[in-house]
Every structure is written in C-alpha cells, then in structure tokens.
Design a protein. Structure first.
Lengths: 407, 570
C-alpha cells in the first residue's frame, strides 16, 4: 500500500526530471526549428532613425543576419516610436491580426506600457527562450524585467542601456552646473546658451522628468500611476523653474531644437554651452566623427541622472515573428553587443552580464576604447530610476499648454 | 438598346471609366476619408455618432489660432512675392543677353526637390550657417553664432524665402510658355513708340495678358504654399507650427483618437485654401483696378527704367540663396570637421559618401517609383489623347478631376486616402504608392502631351494613310518621332515631380517604402548635416541623371527628326 501510495510521487519526480531534460533539448531544437522557419523572411524593424551612427549599426546587423540566417532586415526609420504604436493600434482595430506591417519594434517606457495596455504584443512570452538570454543577469540588473516600473512579462528583449548625460565644451566652460538649481543659476548668468529638445521629444521629456525628480526631492508619488489630484502640487516647482529659465533660454524660449541630435549640433556650433543625450558615449562618438570639438566632456548631476533599459518587442500580428526572434537573439549576442558598445560605432552600454560571458568576450568588452569624453562606470554609478510611465503624457500635455502657443 | 455600338464609342466610354477610376475614386475616397472622421464618425474606433467633438478638440489644441494665421500669412505673402519677383524678372531681364543663361538655370531649379532647397537654406541662413560663417569674425566680430531668431524665425520668413525659391522659377517657366502666344516684343515696341518706359509698357500692356494665362498655375502655387509640409518641417517655426504640420502631428499621434481632430484640421486646411483663394481673388480685383488707373493716368515712368536692373537683381535673391544653399549642402556632404566661424570645412573627407551603399535601397525605390509612375502617367495620357473626343479635352469636370492635386491641399486629400487605404491593408504597398505618385504627376504630363498631340499636323496622317499605313504604323513612324521631345520632357518632369514628393510618400508608403526625399528630410530634421548633405545631392542627382539619359537616348534615336520637333526639352 505504501509503495503504491508513493508511486505518484516518484512518477512526478521522474516526470519533472524528464521534463527538465526535454526542456533543455526542446530549447535547442526549438531554436533550430525557428531558424528553419525564419529562413528567407523579411523583418520590418521599426526603430527610431534619427541618428546616422545607429542606422549604420543596424545596417551592419542586417548584413550579418542575411549571411548567416538568410533574413533580410529592413530598417523602417521612425521619427517617433509612438507613430508605430498608433499604426499597430490601427491594424488591431481594423482586425488585421496577421500579416502586420511591423515585425520588430525598438521600444521602452511609455510606448511599451501603451502596447501592453492595448494588447499589441505577442501573446506568449518569448524572451527567456532566446539562447542569449542566459548571458544576462536580471538579478544584478532588475531593469531587464521591469521597464519604467512596468513588468516586461518576457515580451520584450533587452537591447541596451541608457543614462542621461550632459555634454559641455571644457574649452569654454570649466565647471558645468551639476544640479537643477545650479543649472538655473547658470542659465541666469549665460542668457541664450542653454535649451532642451522640444517635448514630446523623448530626451526633452526625460529632461523634464530629471528636473522634476530633483526639484520634488524624489517624491515617492512619481513612481506610482499619476494622480491628477496632486499633479499640480508635485509639478509646481518644475513649472516655476521653467518659467524663471525661459527668458534666458536659447532664442528666449521662443523656439526649441526638435531632438537631441540637433541639440548636439548646436553645441558643436557653439550656439549653446550644454547638450544632453541618453547615451554616455554619444559625445565621444561625435568627437570621433568631427561633429564636436575634442574639448567636449560629459558629466551627470550630483544626485544622479535618469537611467533605463531599451528593448526590442514583437507585435501581436508580426508577419515574420520567427525571424524577429532570431534578430532579437542576435542583437543580444556578445558579438553584436560588443560592436554596439564600441563608442566608435554607437557606444550603447551592454545589457549582458560580464560574469556570464566567456573570458574571451569579457576581454573584448574590456578592450573597447571608452572614448575621450565618456565617464567611467563608477562615475555613472549615480542613477535615478524612471518615474511611472503614466507621468509622461501628463507632463507632455502640461508643457504644451504652457509653451506651445509661442510668444 | 441600340443594335450596334460603334467601337469608337466603346473605346471612349472605357477611357472615361478608366480616368474616373484613377482620379475620381481617390478624390471621393480621400474627401470622405476626412469629412466623416471630422464629423465624429470613425466606426473602426467605435465612434458612430456624428458630433462636433473633433472640432472642439482641434480648436482646443494649444496654439491652433496662431498656427492658422501663420499658414495664411506665409502662404499669401510667399505667393504674392513670388508673382511680383517673377514679373519683375520678366520686365527687367527678358530679351537681355543673360536671359538664356537664366532660363537654363531656372529649368534646373524647377527640377530640384523642395526639401533639398530647404536643407540648403538652413545650411546657409541659420545663425551658425554659411553666410554668417563667411562674415565672421572679420566683419561681424562673432566668434560664436549670435542668438538670433533665424531659420526657423518666429514670423515664417525662412519658409517664405524657401517657397519663393521654388515658386519663382515655376511661375517664370509657366509665364514663358504663356508668352509663346503673345507678341510681347511688338507690344513693348508699341509701348515705347507711345512714349512709355519699359516698366510702364510691361505693366500696362503685357503683364496683364500673361497673368490671365497663368492664373490657374498661380492659384495652384497659392494652395501649395498655404499647406506646404516638407519645407515647413525644416524652415517654419515650431511653436506653433503652421496648420498643416499641426494636422500631421495629429496623424502621427500614438493615440488613434487624435485622428478625428486631425481630420477636422484637414477639413479646416481646405477651408483655409478656399479662404486664401478668396483673398487672392480680391487682390486680383485690386490689381486690375490699379493697372486700369495707371492706364487712364497714362504714367510713362521712363525714369523708373533706370532702376529696373537693380530691382530685378533683388528679385533674383531667393534663387541665388537657393543655389548658395545647395553649394553649402555639397560642402557639408564632404566636410570632416567644420566648426564656427570657419568659412570652409577644416578638413574634407568622403566618409559620408562612403555610406552611399546604405542609400542604395532608397535610390532604387525613388527611381523605380518615379520611372514607373511617370511612364504610367504618360501612357494613360497618350491613350486618352488618342481615344477621347476633342470636346473631352475641355470638359470642365474631367479637367477638374485631373488637376485636383493642384487645388486640394495635399495633406487633406492624403490623410483621408491613407485612412481608407489602411482599411483595406493597401497602405505601404508599391501599387498604392505608384498610383498616388501618378496622380500627382499626371497633370504635368497632361499639360505637355495634350498640346503636343493637338499640334500634330493631321495632313501627315492623311498622307500616310493613303500610302496604306495602319493606325499603329502611323503612330510609330510619324507621331512618335514628332512628339519624341515633348514625350521625353513629360517623362523627365514626371520623374522630377515624383522624386520631390514628400507627404504622399510618408502617408501612403507608411514607412515601409521610403524614398531619398523622405530620408533627406528626416536626416536634416535630425541635425545630421553631413548625411543630409549627401541625401540632398542624391535627390538632385536622380532628376539630373534621368535628364541626361532621356536626352541622350532621344538624340541617338530621333536625331534625324531634330528639324521637325515642336518644342520639348531645351
């Protein structure tokens, strides 16, 4: 009797063991069969296309994917990722559940949250099945699983890390202002030499969030869904800051650059003194290309700056979901990540975990030139988590109501 | 039901049906596509009740009032100044020694896409632009760019200048074509024999006659200027932008419901065009009154002629600025480092040009769309001109449909078309994109091919027929050689028009099919000067290479008919 009663338990254990082996095998074979299915597919990769060096990195990846997997990668260059989300929404409302126009999307934050809300992502989680996912460490980098506090649910694959950094020309400016209040003083004393990208630009909004975190002394409500009842109270210091700064902004706040690449160009032209980017190596790469003078350096604020991870997501109706997964896996490979982290190419920090890499790959990462203007990892250590994504549209609307009418 | 239907009748009916299908259906689809959402009806999003909600939402957009005013102001001023400059140049420079050179330059400028001109003007006129670099620090004393509100300036002068640089050559070409039928020289002689100066003879005698003939192209210029998008993205202020850009933003918004107010904006854009035309017609009356007054007063104004050369030189400024801007774009495309205030790049490199392989797909798709669409337009117009009754060439409704793209703001018609196309999953398809390009090319093809066809000497036909040549043989052996040059011109103009199209490609290409023009605008908007310079040069290269190819082929194939040609490529 006892024996009989134990049998289910042993069966269970055996099954578990079997299942484990099976899963291991299945993962490899699944990926092989994925490769077979993906062969010959075309992946329409919708990714912001405003930076030439990112575009040429993507076209490099496209060449390799073509050679190795016979996948043709088409970079659909977006000016605003939100437009891709709206396209997906249009396809969903039109009942186009297969054969969609987007196979892979570069996304994070508010846009990912919007996709999740509207069920625009793949039904099944797929990211942890990617072989190269094993090279990441979500315990050490929790942002891999939570995108602006929104759980990724295995539906977007990490691609790179970002942190807001400021750039200045050390030949003109000796000690850059390293806090919101110091920046306000700087603007007062140097009229016409500071500006920020016009919201709803991603970096422009990020700059507003950075100010808001600093000025509200990291208000805990920022990490909760926005509550309109106290929105005005919490954001009041931000609007006061902007109001004081406006008359002394570049072009007296009557006009703003449309994105950070234009902002960088303005720094190169010496029209302004401070630029910003979400990529710590951006300034170094621009120096290498001759767009910024080699006296440009970067810095972050004393309290730290916003940091996040950016991802690749596959929409619910992707025409080439199999090939899109192969692309996501390749983008997560040490080969692609090393190339991407090279400041001469793009300089986007890796999402891979150093201890999980082979010694050879680790050495390759270490050997990368950091670039003359790039801060060390230790200097970049002070980072601020992103506020809840629901703050973004509110800040955007409030900014527009104040400043979009001109004058 | 008649027992016998003549084959000619069948052919004509089918041609009319074809034109209806190609032109009228998209018009209806496009217009319905915006009027329904504008009135609150958008079933795909669950809006099934007509309401004024979209209107309310649109009017509550921050800055909508100034945006409308900006569009109206820049559109009217740009059109008026373009017309004035065109007339000043004609009055001051026609029949002078340099005019044939100017005429060639004009033909070239007409083929340069709007966005390439805009890119060049930004490179030239921004506070850190080439002009101030040349003057600094020696003359201005600037070692850093001044914090001046230049390009984009809050008043839209940059946009006005850009529009003028494109519209003056166009109006001049149209005026010169119109003057082919006017004995302008004799009029000028009559004027001077009556003691009128050159200026007075032109204003009183010749310009009113030219204007009467270029009235429709002028209105087309006005509608275009009131709703321009690609130039405005680079040259217009952004707080707020002109109305058309506001509509574009609504269309690109992540929130699909934003398309309802955007559709209302597109309807409003039509209203703005109608309002603009109304103001223009009032202006015409004023102009007519002034000319009549001048005639009655009999002002000879011979003294004024002395200033004509200087004034015409001023009128050439927009064109010179456009050319200088294109040189600046060329410089940026080969520049390594080029920091303020250096007048020339500190180092030259071909880095940006080495990337040309990555432009390959864009060049290919631009060329493919341009060539296919202009060939299709050419074939359609030829077929039409061979089957329709002559009275159909003057049928107001049909002409209205064909010239519709000239008189309906692009953004209004395309927004509705995109909404409808995406319902059927046709947006982003080559077929739809080539179709839309063809709709925009066809009016130009029509304007060139139909007169050429009508000018054919029918006696040649009769002779050939009596010699036993079939209709096809007559077409191939007589008509084709005679019309070769106009047909080649039509093909070339079609390719230039197609390459320059920005908004139709953005809306219907849906991001999946891109052209070099879309890429050039986004690179320039992203501040990547080197790559934008390369893209602008490539934008110009496609029409130029097409011109060379078409021209040399015509020379090779139809050289023997050179003496017989009637107009066409100069």
């Amino acid at each position: 009797m006892i024996f009989r009663r134990r049998q289910p338990f042993i069966h269970f254990c055996l099954l578990l063991l079997l299942g484990f082996f099976h899963m291991q095998a299945a993962q490899a074979t699944d990926f092989d069969s994925l490769k077979r299915l993906a062969k010959g597919q075309t992946v329409y990769f919708n990714a912001w296309g405003g930076d030439a060096k990112i575009n040429s990195y993507i076209s490099w990846a496209g060449d390799i994917l073509q050679q190795r997997y016979e996948i043709s990668l088409v970079h659909v260059k977006l000016t605003d990722t939100a437009s891709a989300v709206s396209r997906l929404l249009a396809e969903k409302t039109a009942g186009r559940d297969t054969g969609g126009s987007i196979d892979l999307l570069w996304v994070n934050g508010e846009n990912f949250a919007a996709m999740k809300r509207a069920d625009l992502l793949q039904q099944q989680p797929w990211v942890t099945d990617l072989p190269n996912w094993q090279l990441t460490d979500p315990v050490a980098l929790p942002a891999l699983l939570s995108d602006f506090a929104e759980p990724t649910d295995g539906k977007e694959s990490p691609w790179g890390r970002a942190q807001l950094v400021f750039a200045y020309d050390s030949a003109r400016l000796t000690s850059p202002p390293a806090s919101a209040t110091a920046l306000a003083r700087f603007i007062q004393n140097n009229p016409g030499r500071f500006t920020y990208p016009q919201p709803p630009d991603f970096i422009g909004i990020s700059f507003l969030k950075q100010l808001l975190i600093e000025l509200s002394e990291n208000h805990p409500a920022l990490y909760q869904p926005v509550d309109m009842a106290n929105f005005d109270a919490i954001t009041a210091p931000l609007w006061a800051w902007l109001e004081t700064a406006k008359p002394n902004l570049w072009r007296r706040g009557g006009s703003y650059p449309q994105n950070y690449t234009v902002l960088r160009q303005l720094l190169g032209d010496a029209e302004i003194d401070i630029a910003m980017a979400f990529n710590p190596a951006d300034a170094s790469a621009a120096i290498a290309r001759g767009e910024l003078p080699d006296s440009v350096r970067t810095y972050i604020h004393d309290d730290g700056t916003l940091a996040n991870v950016h991802f690749l997501a596959i929409p619910f109706n992707a025409s080439a979901a199999e090939a899109a997964k192969i692309v996501a896996n390749f983008m997560l490979s040490p080969e692609a990540q090393i190339k991407k982290a090279d400041s001469r190419i793009w300089g986007d920090p890796t999402v891979l975990s150093m201890p999980r890499l082979t010694a050879e790959d680790r050495a390759a990462f270490m050997a990368l030139p950091r670039g003359i203007a790039t801060l060390s990892d230790a200097e970049l250590g002070r980072s601020l988590p992103e506020p809840h994504p629901s703050w973004v549209p509110r800040l955007e609307t409030a900014w527009k109501q104040r400043y979009a009418t001109g004058g | 039901m008649p027992a016998f239907v003549s084959p000619i009748k069948i052919r004509q009916t089918s041609m009319i049906l074809l034109v209806l299908a190609v032109f009228v259906v998209p018009v209806i689809v496009g217009i319905l596509g915006i009027f329904l959402p504008a009135a609150g009806y958008f079933p795909a999003l669950g809006f099934t009740q007509l309401s004024t909600h979209p209107a309310d939402l649109f009017f509550s957009t921050p800055g909508v009032g100034p945006a409308i005013w900006l569009a109206l102001k820049t559109g009217l001023i740009a059109s008026l100044l373009s017309l004035l400059c065109c007339f000043v140049i004609l009055t001051g420079l026609l029949h002078t020694s340099g005019f044939s050179l100017l005429r060639r330059a004009l033909a070239a400028l007409v083929a340069v896409p709007h966005s390439a001109i805009a890119i060049g003007l930004v490179f030239l006129l921004a506070p850190s632009g080439w002009l101030i670099r040349i003057l600094s620090p020696a003359i201005t004393g600037f070692d850093r760019p001044p914090d001046w509100n230049l390009v984009p300036d809050p008043y839209g002068w940059g946009l006005i200048l850009g529009l003028m640089a494109k519209e003056i050559p166009f109006l001049l070409m149209v005026s010169l074509a119109a003057m082919a039928t006017l004995p302008a020289r004799q009029f000028a002689q009559i004027g001077s024999s009556l003691g009128y100066g050159r200026l007075a003879s032109w204003v009183v005698l010749i310009l009113p006659l030219i204007y009467r003939q270029i009235r429709l192209p002028m209105i087309a210029v006005l509608v275009f200027s009131l709703s321009v998008v690609d130039m405005a993205l680079l040259l217009a202020p952004t707080l707020p932008p002109p109305l058309a850009i506001l509509v574009l933003h609504g269309f690109l918004d992540a929130d699909l419901a934003a398309r309802l107010p955007a559709s209302f904006g597109a309807v409003l854009q039509i209203g703005l065009a109608v309002g603009g035309i109304f103001i223009w017609l009032l202006g015409e009356r004023l102009g007519r009154y002034m000319v009549q007054h001048w005639r009655r007063a009999g002002w000879r104004l011979r003294m004024a002629d002395r200033y004509l050369p200087a004034v015409s030189a001023i009128a050439l400024i927009p064109l010179l600025a456009a050319c200088a801007g294109l040189v600046a774009a060329l410089l940026w495309s080969v520049a390594g480092s080029w920091f303020f205030p250096n007048a020339l790049p500190q180092s030259l490199q071909l880095l940006h040009w080495q990337d040309i392989a990555s432009y390959g797909p864009l060049i290919r798709s631009s060329f493919l769309i341009a060539a296919t669409a202009s060939l299709a337009a050419l074939l359609l117009v030829l077929a039409w001109s061979y089957t329709a009754l002559p009275k159909n060439f003057t049928n107001r409704w049909l002409l209205g449909c064909i010239f519709m793209p000239f008189f309906v703001p692009q953004i209004s018609f395309l927004l509705g078309m995109q909404i409808s196309l995406s319902r059927f999953g046709l947006d982003g398809s080559w077929l739809a994109l080539i179709w839309v390009h063809m709709i925009f090319i066809l009016p130009y093809t029509w304007l060139i091919v139909v007169p050429a066809r009508q000018a054919l000497d029918s006696r040649l036909d009769h002779v050939a027929a009596t010699l036993g040549a079939s209709a096809w043989q007559r077409f191939r052996r007589i008509h084709l050689p005679l019309m070769a040059y106009p047909l080649g011109t039509a093909l070339f103009i079609g390719i230039s028009v197609s390459v320059a199209l920005y908004l139709p490609t953005v809306f219907v290409g849906a991001g999946r099919i891109n052209t070099i023009t879309v890429e050039a605008v986004s690179l320039a908007a992203g501040g990547s000067r080197g790559p934008a310079g390369v893209a602008a040069m490539l934008q110009i290269a496609i029409p130029v290479l097409s011109f060379i190819m078409i021209h040399s082929w015509l020379r090779f194939r139809f050289a023997g008919f050179a003496g017989m040609r009637s107009g066409g490529l100069q």
